[in-house]
Design a protein around this ligand. Sequence first.
Ligand code: ZN
Length: 201
Amino acid sequence: MLVLLSEALSPVDQCGCGDTGYLTTRTLPIALNHGAGKVINAPVYSCSSSMCEEYTIPSAVASRLDEIADEMEAKELLSMQFSWKPTSDGEASDHQDSLAQGFIWRFHRRSYEDAQVLLVINGDTILLQSKLDPTEYYTLKRLEDSKEGIQFSFSKFFEDDEELTYEKFIELEPSFQKELGILKMEELEDMLLEEFGEIID
Ligand SMILES: [Zn+2]
């Protein structure tokens, strides 16, 4: 059996509905000889539509789920956390990195009541522009991974140029922005809704 465990999962692939899917984790139902079980935090691709219930399981994850099912049956468990085997540091961090990038790409072209996502840069930075004052910009930049998990620095800056491009943005001085806070990945969606209002299609 060929199982490419060392192959990093791509941050972006296809959702079960056919739209672009972003790597995320969810609890998957799993049929076991001794009952209906579940695997928690399994990596899957899903699109950014809140209406869509579809997803795609990456093939490396599907292979691993078979092994997890065997293990759950052997131990008579109904619930288990997803993990790779063997768990080496490299694999764990590849997976972590792709998860963070999949999460970030999900914001591509998103628009809120009071702000819009202008750019997603290198899979690690999100640039937003205020709709109320177009000289007001915000960035979410992924920080080095720590014990806290995946974290982002949320900053604000003002720029007279109301049509910032990638080229213009990277030339701005590094000290120009004011950090508003540091957030965990899990807190980011809620914070943006609170700060900028509902998502507009
Ligand atoms: Zn979908």
